[in-house]
Structure formats: structure tokens, C-alpha cells
Design a protein around this ligand. Structure first.
Ligand SMILES: NC[C@H]1CCC[C@@H](CNc2ccc(C(N)=O)cn2)C1
Length: 244
């Protein structure tokens, strides 16, 4: 997958994506990230990329033309078509199912805003979709872009081996919260490991994990439970007595 970032700080996102699984994906050529800085396309010796808002008010607004030129340069850098995604609190809330859909694309173009915002004519004229990583405001869209890149990159074929367990992730598998995880030592002052996990009975272990995910989801995020297609046995688990 090719990802092009339009940002005043493209190196910021490239660095975030340089670690761990995502960094390895880049080293292995499963993912490439390219930065395009509107300042490189800004006119005049001050290379202006922002200006004061019409109608007054605090802060600055990002100007159309430097962004538009950077977007054009990014598009021209590869023949594959790409939809331009603008990260902003006004966007569609990002979910794992949206991540899965994005992960299937050949290219992503991510537009990162700064200041008070981007001239609305650029958003209306060039942006294909707007995404939000949550209901809060950041100083720039770069962190949101880094979140999208990480979530999408780990789903690329060949990026995670089974030791990384993306397929096990509950949101990934079935929209439930993840089950508890344990590792050595078996005995610890903070408690012991549930016996079933030491049993070697893989069917029983899978049932236990699924039940823990269901109970934890009911407890913490009942809103997710409604969307998860539960089987009859799983409904019985939820109707049964509190967890042993
Ligand atoms: N009006 C503020 C707004 C102007 C345009 C640039 C954004 C950058 N900051 C962001 C971007 C995305 C998110 C999110 N939730 O995905 C939060 N914050 C801020």
C-alpha cells in the first residue's frame, strides 16, 4: 500500500510510522509513506500557507493553493487513483470496519490540517471523505493520520505473523472487546493464571476467551454487544450466573 501525506510536518508522521510492526512493513516494502509539504508549493518569499480568517476571529486558516498544489503533486507521483481523506473532528468516526475497508485500498491520500482549519472551498472541492479518530481536538491532523496508518498497516497481508495476533484481536475478529491475557510467571504476588489457560485444551481455552470477551464487552461496552452476532451458546453464557 502507498500512503501520501499532505502535511506541514510530514516527517512527524513518517517518524511515528517508523517503529515496530509498521516500521518493519516499510522495510519489507509492504507499505510506503510519502510526505508532501504545502509550504514547498507556497508563493512568495515568505512561502505563505495560512492567512487570517474572513469574518475575523482568532487564529489562522490554511490557504487553498499551497494545499491544492501539494495534493496534485501527490496524486501525480503514482498512477494509482486515490481518494483524499481529511482528518478532522467533523469527520465520520473511525471504526475497525472502516479500517478494514481502508486497508483494502491500493493508495491512501491523507490531508492533515493545522491552525483553525482549512479553507472550506478546498475541503468541498478536493476532499473525498472526512474521518475522525474521536471526539476531541488535536493541534494538527498528523497524529490522527498516524493512527489511521498504524491501524491500516497492521492489516496488510504479511505484516503481522501469527505471533502478532491481529486475527485474534477482538475488534478485528468480531467487534467485541479483547479477552484477558497472561504470561509467565504462573504464580505471582498479583495473582495466579486462570487454570484453563494452563490446561492445553485448546477448545476449552477458545471458549473461555470468547466468554471473557463477551462478559467484558457486556460490562464495559454493552453498545458493542448489540452489533456482535451472538450464537445461542453465547447468549446462554450471558444469561448464566455471574462469572465463576
Ligand atoms: N477546528 C480544529 C481543526 C481544524 C483543522 C485541523 C484539525 C487538526 N486537529 C485534529 C484533526 C483530527 C482530529 C480527530 N478527532 O480525528 C482531531 N483534531 C483541527
Amino acid at each position: 500500500m502507498r500512503i501520501d501525506l499532505i502535511s506541514l510536518f510530514p516527517e512527524f508522521v513518517a517518524q511515528c510510522a517508523g517503529f515496530g510492526v509498521v516500521g518493519r512493513a516499510q522495510e519489507r516494502g509492504l507499505l510506503s509513506i510519502h510526505g508532501w509539504n504545502p509550504r514547498d508549493y507556497a508563493e512568495g518569499n515568505y512561502r505563505r500557507v495560512d492567512d487570517r480568517p474572513f469574518g475575523g476571529g482568532p487564529g489562522m486558516v490554511m490557504m487553498i493553493d499551497p494545499l491544492r498544489a501539494a495534493i496534485r503533486a501527490a496524486r501525480a507521483a503514482d498512477p494509482a487513483p486515490a481518494r483524499l481523506i481529511y482528518l478532522s473532528p467533523q469527520g465520520r468516526p473511525l471504526t475497525q470496519s472502516i479500517v478494514r475497508e481502508l486497508a483494502g485500498r491500493e493508495r491512501l491520500l491523507l490531508l492533515c490540517g493545522r491552525y483553525e482549519g482549512v479553507d472550506e472551498r478546498l475541503v468541498a472541492g478536493e476532499v473525498d471523505e472526512e474521518l475522525s479518530i474521536g471526539d476531541y481536538v488535536l493541534s494538527g491532523g498528523e497524529l490522527a493520520a498516524a493512527v489511521v496508518i498504524d491501524a491500516v498497516a497492521r492489516l496488510q497481508d504479511g505484516v503481522l505473523n501469527d505471533a502478532d495476533s491481529a486475527a485474534q484481536d477482538s475488534f478485528e475478529a468480531d467487534g467485541l472487546l479483547d479477552c484477558p491475557h497472561y504470561t509467565r510467571p504462573v504464580e505471582h504476588a498479583l495473582g495466579a493464571v486462570p487454570e484453563v489457560l494452563l490446561s492445553g485444551n485448546h477448545a476449552e481455552i477458545a471458549r473461555w476467551r470468547r466468554r471473557q470477551s463477551l462478559l467484558r464487552t457486556r460490562e464495559r461496552r454493552p453498545d458493542l454487544l448489540a452489533a456482535a452476532g451472538l450464537g445461542p451458546e453465547e447468549r446462554r453464557w450471558l444469561d448464566a450466573q455471574p462469572d465463576d
